[in-house]
Design a protein around this ligand. Structure first.
Ligand code: HEC
Length: 118
């Protein structure tokens, strides 16, 4: 009986269990990005409005590293997922100084959130 109650509490406290990627949860994850990224303009990092589906290194008037600019990749969900797990592993030489999001749910949610920023 005790175990059942405990399991129910754990599920109640963890709304991501069994749920699809959520833009709402992603907005919270995005707080970690906001040290460097703003939506709608360049900051330490480039403007991320419209980044999903965009060619890497092409936000206007942003001074990218050569590594990102010449990467030739397009930010589809698969590439974003790998990038957000480990930016330096995905594109060695990048100047995005971010250790990465280790939790796959966090990555999926923040990508879902970025999709809403058009
Ligand atoms: C410490 C600062 C910093 C943090 C934190 C950070 N970024 Fe970045 N980001 C950058 C910089 C700087 C670049 C440009 C990289 C380059 O030119 O090598 C960048 C580039 C990017 C790009 C490529 C954009 C393009 O136009 O090609 C994406 C996508 C991105 N960041 C997403 C994120 C997300 C999502 C988060 C949060 C989970 C995040 N970043 C956290 C600094 C940061």
């Amino acid at each position: 009986m005790r175990e059942w109650v405990l399991a129910a509490v754990i599920i109640a406290l963890n709304p991501t269990v069994g749920m699809a990627a959520s833009a709402e949860a992603g907005a919270v994850v995005f707080h970690k990005c906001q040290i460097c990224h703003q939506l709608g303009k360049n900051a330490v990092g480039p403007n991320l409005v419209g980044v999903v589906g965009r060619k890497a290194g092409t936000a206007p008037n942003y001074n990218y590293s050569a590594a990102v600019k010449n990467s030739g990749i397009t930010w589809d969900e698969a590439n974003l997922n790998e990038w957000l797990e480990g930016p330096k592993k995905k594109i060695p030489g990048t100047k995005m100084m971010f250790a990465g999001l280790k939790d796959a749910n966090d990555r999926a949610n923040v990508i879902e959130y970025l999709k809403t920023q058009k």
